[in-house]
Design a protein around this ligand. Structure first.
Ligand code: NAD
Ligand code: DAU
Length: 381
């Protein structure tokens, strides 16, 4: 078997003019019969919410892929999220920081990945408002370290996982396309936008095989309980109030994490170098609607029917950085790569609530003293 760094691209097709730039437009195809020995996919941030769901998805969808999960294990990273795949021959964990050039180079030297999917990030807007430093270190510097590393240890694909927040806020109307201007408002969004731009600049300048995905709000199992959906479920189950920022009128587009993982897998294999793909659930909801729906699901669920969760409207901790509405135009990924979201919000949220009800111990285990301190800072309780 050739070294990964020597592995030739299975096939290259010119798929017509790019909407963005003339960088080489490589389409990764399924491996040929001779190439079926496992190829190593390096996933950064695989111990977090989307990364762990993605690793599970890839291992079940592709017999010929071995996954190395490179993760620093911050407060948001938890190896228990992958307990069911941990012993597998096709999965390995390496603890490391993406902003540490030596540690990243060592992982590439040892593992010789065929491709990289980079989820590693500080991901919570409220925390970025409290302290932007780790966001710059990981989301900006860490991404640049990864890109420099793939200049030395070439891979066939680098997928940068980004967010709809880079486009900024919409009013009541309209959607963002991939060519909408970048207009980040929170330190989190600005750091993600910086990472996207660096990644796309490296694609153009050094002909690196970079692709960027920008998705909307994910929900599903294994999401850390600082985010809206799991926080509301946990508070309801533990008798705490449900804190809604301002009047709860902000709109988010909700995407089930499994739909996002399928989309990322398709972009990994079929996306075009230098391109950005929006991934949305086409399911816009005001925050208050989402919270009321969670309460309704709990009311109809055996075992939680007697709960009487109380909504509390609190002073918005995000202030002017609280984007009013996000909505994505996903026609590009649908048209060019054949992806579409499959799970409706009602079924997806019912499944998510059911998962949190069956995994109450998981939620309590991932919460540490650090979380309680963070909670007091944001919610004052
Ligand atoms: P998460 O906070 O649940 O997980 C982040 C993971 O990255 C954790 O396992 C953490 O340990 C790891 N990590 C953090 N800093 C690191 C570092 N310096 N080196 C190595 N690992 C590090 O995040 P998530 O919600 O799963 O989001 C994953 C990615 O998707 C992020 O890039 C985020 O910006 C993006 N995204 C998330 C959403 C969403 O709704 N959650 C939507 C769009 C985009
Ligand atoms: O849009 C994609 C983004 O979605 C990702 O890039 C981020 O990583 C991810 O965290 C998420 O960001 P949001 O800020 O939209 O998600 P969050 O769950 O924190 O908040 C959703 C909305 O709910 C937002 O308008 C703020 C509001 N909210 C949130 C919390 C935690 C509340 O009203 N109360 C809360 O307690």
């Amino acid at each position: 078997m050739p070294k990964n760094s020597e592995r030739s691209v299975a096939s290259t097709q010119d798929l017509g003019p790019s909407s963005q730039d003339p960088a080489p437009r490589t389409r990764l195809l399924e491996p040929s019969a001779q190439e079926l020995a496992p190829r190593t996919l390096l996933v950064t941030g695989g111990a977090g919410f989307i990364g762990s769901n993605f690793i599970r998805h890839v291992l079940s969808a592709h017999d010929d892929v071995r996954v190395v999960n490179y993760d620093k294990l911050t407060y948001a990273g938890n190896l228990e999220n992958l307990a069911d795949v941990n012993d597998g021959e096709r999965y390995q964990f390496v603890r490391g920081d993406i902003s540490d050039p030596k540690a990243v180079a060592k992982a590439f030297e040892n593992e010789k990945p065929w491709a990289v999917v980079s989820f590693a990030a500080e991901s919570h807007v409220d925390r970025s408002i409290l302290d932007a430093t780790p966001f710059v270190d990981t989301n900006v510097k860490g991404t640049q370290v990864l890109l420099e590393t793939i200049r030395r240890y070439p891979v066939e694909r680098f997928v940068q996982i980004s967010t709809d927040e880079v486009y900024g806020a919409l009013g009541e109307e309209g959607t963002f396309t991939e060519s909408s201007p970048i207009h980040a408002n929170s330190p989190y969004a600005a750091c993600k936008a910086a990472a996207d731009l660096i990644a796309l600049a490296y694609a153009k300048t050094y002909a690196l095989p970079v692709v960027v995905t920008r998705s909307s709000n994910n929900y599903g199992s294994y999401q850390f309980p600082e985010k809206l959906v799991p926080l509301m479920i946990r508070n309801a189950l533990t008798g705490k109030e449900l804190p809604i920022y301002g009047e709860g009128k902000q709109v988010r587009d909700w995407l089930h994490v499994e739909d996002n993982c399928r989309a990322i897998d398709i972009v990994l294999h079929k996306g075009l170098t230098g391109e950005v793909y929006n991934i949305g659930g086409e399911c816009e909801k005001r925050n208050i609607e989402v919270v009321k729906f969670i309460c309704e699901i709990l009311r109809n669920h055996p075992g939680t029917q007697d709960l009487r969760p109380k909504i509390q409207f609190i002073k918005d901790p995000r202030g002017a950085a609280h984007d009013f509405r996000y909505a994505l135009d996903c026609s590009k990924i649908k048209r060019e790569l054949g992806w579409t979201p499959l799970l409706g919000f009602e079924e997806g949220l019912e499944r998510t609530v059911a998962w949190y009800l069956s995994n109450r111990e998981w939620t309590e285990r991932v919460i540490t003293g650090e979380y309680q301190e963070y909670y007091r800072k944001v919610y004052g309780a």
